[in-house]
Ligand binder design. Structure first.
Ligand SMILES: [Zn+2]
Length: 119
């Protein structure tokens, strides 16, 4: 089981959090200028990278505040947690400061090792 380090409350069980999708998806400057396809891509298309991925999370059963995190989609390790509105940190520098890597249970995550068939 993962412990996620809420920047406001400290480490909490992953069941207290809600995943909010990819971080840093900018709203179009002029949405009326977009074609239907471009609008659909803004709404529904997200990166599906393997490895470090910037995500939005909400501590929905705690302080209910949103924050951004860099998570490795292969290992589930959080390498950085930072406030909404802040630019994505350089993950090479942020890795030593990781604060949400702890695992409370030595058992592997039920989906750990799942690499997905979609690439
Ligand atoms: Zn919190």
């Amino acid at each position: 089981m993962l412990l996620i380090d809420c920047p406001h409350c400290g480490p909490r069980d992953e069941t207290e959090f809600h995943y909010g999708g990819q971080a840093h998806v900018a709203y179009p400057a002029d949405p009326h200028a977009l074609s239907d396809r471009e609008w659909a891509e803004f709404l529904f298309y997200r990166d599906n990278d393997r490895g470090l991925y910037a995500e939005r999370w909400s501590h929905s059963l705690g302080c209910r505040k949103w924050f951004n995190a860099i998570r490795d989609t292969v290992t589930y390790d959080f390498t950085a947690i930072y406030p909404m509105g802040q630019a994505r940190p350089d993950t090479a520098e942020a890795a030593p400061q990781a604060s949400a890597i702890a695992e409370a249970d030595p058992q592997p995550h039920p989906t750990a090792g799942f690499e997905g068939a979609v690439r």
